[in-house]
Each structure stands twice: as C-alpha cells, then as structure tokens.
Design a protein around this ligand. Structure first.
Ligand SMILES: NC(=O)c1ccc[n+]([C@@H]2O[C@H](COP(=O)([O-])OP(=O)(O)OC[C@H]3O[C@@H](n4cnc5c(N)ncnc54)[C@H](O)[C@@H]3O)[C@@H](O)[C@H]2O)c1
Length: 257
C-alpha cells in the first residue's frame, strides 16, 4: 500500500476502538495524524507521534477551531475519518420507549457530527484539489434496529449524506467520500451494547452479542485493525477512483441477514 508521507489526517473518535486503530495505522504508514476525541486526554491507546486535540464532534465552533488550527499549522488536510459515535440507549421497548432526548443525542453526535466534519474540511480539501473523507456508518444502516432505533436511523442518514458529500467533492476537485459499514468489531461500543442488552428484557437478551458473534460466517467478531485496514485503504491514493461508495467489513454477517 502506498505511503502517506506528506499527508495530514484528522480522525474523530480517535481515543477509542476503530478511530484509535485507524490513527495508529495511518501514522505507521507515514501520515501526520491529528487524533481527536471528546475527552481532554487520549489515554494510552495512541502512538507517541500522534498529535491529540479535544473535539466534541457535535460542536460547530470546536470543529471550526480544530480545522483552522490544522490548516494553519500544517498547511493542508488530506484525510478526514469520521469515527466518533455513540450507540445510544438500547431498550426492549424499542421505538415506543425511545425518548426524544435519546433520539436527538444520538443524531446530534452520529449525524450532526459527521455533517459538520464533512462541511468544515471541504473548503480546505477543495482548495488543495484533493482529499479523502471516510464516514463510519454501520451494517445497522441497512437493517431494522429494533431495540436501538435512533442508532440505525443515524447511520442510514450518514450513508446517504456520504453520497451528497462525494458529489460535492467532485465538483472542481477530487475530494472523495465513502462510507464504511462495520458489523461486530470488538470495541468499547460493543461492550456497552452487550451490557445494555443484558440489562433489558428477555426478548432482547435472546439476541445477545455473543450469540450474534457466533453466527458470523468468518467465525468471530472483527478487531479494530480489521476495520482500520479498510478505512486506510479508502483514505489512500490507491482508492483514488472510488467515491460515493459503501464498504462492509463484517466477516460476512450481511450474508445471513
Ligand atoms: N464496534 C462496532 O462493532 C461498530 C459497528 C458498526 C459501526 N461502528 C461505528 O464505528 C465508530 C467507532 O466506534 P467504536 O466501535 O470504535 O466505538 P468506541 O466506543 O470504542 O469509540 C467511539 C469513540 O467516539 C468517541 N466519542 C463519543 N462521543 C463523541 C463526541 N461527541 N465527540 C467526539 N468523540 C466522541 C468516544 O469517546 C470513543 O472514543 C462509531 O461511529 C460506531 O458507530 C462500530
């Protein structure tokens, strides 16, 4: 795979599972990586050569500050990976017990956060003539999410948004935008969902994550690096003719849906 030498990459949700794995992989391939997350410090998951900035993706003003700071200090921005996300509440009652507050919280982070990121980096990437945005959607964007309706809806919207961003980026420049759709990747988010499933009623516990993982055609949940490998490919020049497309990384789970 081609080197990312001379390229600058911004990762959201960079202190957690898939985002951190992507940040580390891009840095190993030579990119200057700015990992961001909601907390003030990243913990210990990131390589020492990665720069860390605090960014709550639902904050318009923080996005503007972070992108301006990167453009000013590094002079360019080649890659944006929108990996920040939350699972929201998993409720046995599903639709009927999802509060408007829960719905808005999930939409605000998963969808508004992705929209803001795409919008803020676009002028920088267009001015330099190229760039790659990778939005982390989900397999959940394709199927009903009975017990977490907001999550599935937010990821469906991210998938659709990706196509508008891809077309916008192709006008006068080669800014690409694609969506990645993980199945079950072993991260904190999956641990959170598993805990919530255990706390809900019988109807939900019968579809536990463990049971689901055991039915994955390739036999196990994926690792953050499994997802990062696809994201890094889409961010690379080798994917230069790919835009507005959807890519699953799910061990074949969609085959059994
Ligand atoms: N793990 C999976 O199986 C799976 C499946 C499908 C999609 N995804 C998606 O992959 C992405 C990464 O998730 P993950 O599995 O690595 O989970 P994770 O919980 O390990 O990481 C998510 C990161 O997002 C950060 N975050 C949450 N709210 C934020 C905010 N407002 N601003 C900035 N950062 C915020 C968290 O602090 C965390 O570091 C998410 O968008 C998730 O929806 C994951």
């Amino acid at each position: 795979m081609s080197s990312f030498g001379g390229k600058v990459a911004l990762i959201t949700g960079g202190a957690g599972g898939i985002g951190a794995a992507t940040a580390n992989m891009l840095a190993k391939r030579g990119a200057t990586v700015i990992a961001t997350d909601i907390n003030t410090t990243p913990g210990t998951v990131l390589q020492s050569d990665i720069e860390y900035m605090q960014l709550d993706v639902s904050s318009e003003s923080q996005w503007q500050q972070v992108v301006a700071s990167i453009a000013q200090r590094h002079g360019r921005l080649d890659v944006l990976v929108n990996a920040a996300g939350i699972e929201g509440k998993v409720t046995a009652g599903g639709l009927e017990t999802t509060s408007l507050e829960d719905w808005r919280r999930v939409m605000h982070i998963n969808l508004d956060g992705t929209f803001l990121g795409c919008r803020e980096v676009m002028p920088v990437m267009k001015q330099q003539g190229s760039g790659s945005i990778v939005n982390i959607s989900s397999l959940a964007s394709y199927y009903p999410t009975l017990y977490s309706v907001a999550y599935g809806a937010s990821k469906g919207a991210v998938t659709q948004l990706t196509k508008s961003v891809a077309l916008a980026g192709s006008q006068g420049a080669k800014v690409r935008c694609n969506s990645v759709h993980p199945g079950v990747i072993a991260t904190q988010m999956i641990a959170n969902i598993a805990r919530q499933l255990q706390e809900t009623a019988d109807v939900v516990s019968t579809s536990s994550i463990q049971r689901y993982a055991s039915s994955i055609p390739l036999g196990q949940a994926g690792t953050p690096d499994d997802a990062a490998a696809l994201i890094v490919f889409l961010a690379s020049d080798e994917a230069g003719y790919i835009t507005g497309s959807e890519f699953m990384v799910d061990g074949g789970s969609h085959l059994l849906r």
